[in-house]
Design a protein around this ligand. Structure first.
Ligand SMILES: C[S@@+](CC[C@H](N)C(=O)[O-])C[C@H]1O[C@@H](n2cnc3c(N)ncnc32)[C@H](O)[C@@H]1O
Length: 373
């Protein structure tokens, strides 16, 4: 089967690395999409284990369309019967970029009509009640190339199931995982997040350290598809449980000056099964003692928009620079949308990446420290 894993712009390389590590066969990658092939177990693996993917889709068909008639014919000849039961409820989403067909509403309506025509022929029946299991299909056009994708994840994969409540400006779990995977962090090292908010970075790092699969605590759309072998999925899930590592060497420290958000972070960590490796504390980042050598700081300080004034932001980022400059054995990673941060920190990053936190364009400043001796 052909699949595609979608992700936020900027983290394709990390997602691809994760996919290779899982043994998935990657065939092609474009902006925000990595294609792969495999059997049903590849679908289970991807949904259960990928930390930076947004959703996993089955590629039902690809083609080229420049008119609505061509779109209708494209959808009508897709092998939909292989994936959609006659009892299902079918929802179509449309996306279009740089293509002749651009009205999302028309693309949606025409595709839905063609889908029903297709199923009428395939199932030899005239009416579809659409009361059964839910199928979310996506018709996506780019440069007049079209693809029909079937969502197998359901809720987006950043919803791991552990976030019961959230702080004011949480980053997505998938982005937090990408920040950790882009860093030098490994389970034997000490990690700090001194602006931890609801704890997303610390929790994702702890899940990586303990090898907890991100999808262990949630449902997936594919579990309601009649043709999916659920018993095989249960076996894979059991294997993932067995692979959890309870004894990790390092420690994770997370702190914040907001007591409410810290209690949310603690609840989330408990829910994620990682409260034993994270030490949460109520502290201003300047008073915190970064007392282990070769530590790794991965953090997401307040963005400009959320600080009262520009002066507040400048003072904060200068203070961050003054505090962390002395930690000469540390590696330091900072995600923010605040402009001119390197100037305020008075240090050029070894590498900067543009990453998206939802719709907010942010930069990930990476300052590499020495390797531990
Ligand atoms: C952008 S939020 C972090 C969100 C977090 N990454 C998450 O996913 O929930 C920034 C956090 O910095 C905290 N903060 C602001 N000033 C601080 C300071 N001086 N010391 C420690 N934490 C501070 C805020 O309370 C807020 O929770």
């Amino acid at each position: 089967m052909n699949y595609v894993a979608s992700c936020a712009f900027g983290i394709e390389a990390i997602l691809k690395r994760e996919m290779h590590a899982l043994g998935l066969t990657v065939t092609q990658s474009t902006n925000g999409k990595i294609y792969f092939t495999g059997d049903e177990s590849a679908l289970f693996l991807a949904n259960l284990h990928l930390r930076t993917a947004d959703r996993i889709y089955i590629v039902i068909g690809q083609g080229r369309v420049r008119t609505y008639d061509e779109l209708f014919e494209f959808v009508k000849q897709l092998p939909l019967k292989n994936y959609l039961s006659s009892e299902g409820k079918y929802h179509i989403l449309a996306k279009s970029q740089k293509s002749k067909l651009y009205s999302l509403r028309d693309i949606q309506t025409i595709s839905k009509k063609a889908l029903i025509e297709n199923l009428k022929g395939a199932y030899q029946k005239n009416t579809f009640q659409e009361e059964g299991e839910y199928y979310r299909l996506s018709i996506e056009l780019l440069n007049d190339q079209v693809e029909c994708l079937l969502d197998t994840s359901g809720e987006a994969l950043h919803k791991r199931g552990y976030r019961l409540k959230q702080g004011e400006a949480p980053i997505k779990e998938t982005l937090a995982a990408a920040l950790v995977l882009l860093s030098f962090y490994e389970a034997s090292r000490v990690l700090y997040d001194p602006f931890c908010g609801s704890g997303t970075i610390a929790i994702e790092a702890a899940m990586i350290a303990k090898n907890i699969a991100p999808g262990l605590n949630r449902e997936f759309a594919f579990l309601s598809f009649p043709w999916v072998d659920k018993s095989r999925f249960i076996v894979q899930k059991k294997e993932a449980f067995k692979a959890i590592n309870q004894d990790i060497e390092g420690k994770i420290y997370a702190s914040d000056i907001d007591a409410n958000v810290l209690s949310v972070a603690k609840e989330n960590a408990l829910e994620a099964g990682v409260e034993d490796v994270i030490d949460f504390s109520f502290s201003d980042f300047q008073d915190f003692s970064f007392d282990k050598d070769y530590g790794i700081i991965i953090t997401n300080p307040p963005y400009g928009q959320r600080l009262e004034t520009k002066e507040d932001a400048e003072v904060l980022y200068k203070r961050i620079g003054d505090t962390f400059r002395h930690l000469t054995t540390f590696s330091f990673y900072l995600l923010t949308s605040y402009p001119g941060v390197e100037g305020l920190l008075r240090k050029r990053a070894d590498r900067t990446r543009v990453l998206f936190n939802g719709n907010i364009k942010t930069r990930y400043y990476q300052y590499y420290g020495p390797k531990p001796r």
